[in-house]
Design a protein around this ligand. Structure first.
Ligand code: ZN
Length: 49
């Protein structure tokens, strides 16, 4: 297991994971050394639903 070391394999989007150490983004938490979930933006009206 290693980290992507700054080479994001996915675009940063809510629900994906951002490495707090190197800043890489992945859908897979395990691909990162210090994964932190990207939160959806707080404000802005959530449309459909
Ligand atoms: Zn990392």
């Amino acid at each position: 297991m290693g980290c992507l070391k700054g080479n994001s394999e996915n675009k940063a989007k809510p629900g994906r994971f951002l490495c707090a150490k190197c800043g890489a983004v992945s859908k897979k938490k395990k691909h990162l050394c210090k994964a932190e979930k990207i939160k959806p933006p707080k404000d802005g009206s959530s449309a459909s639903h």
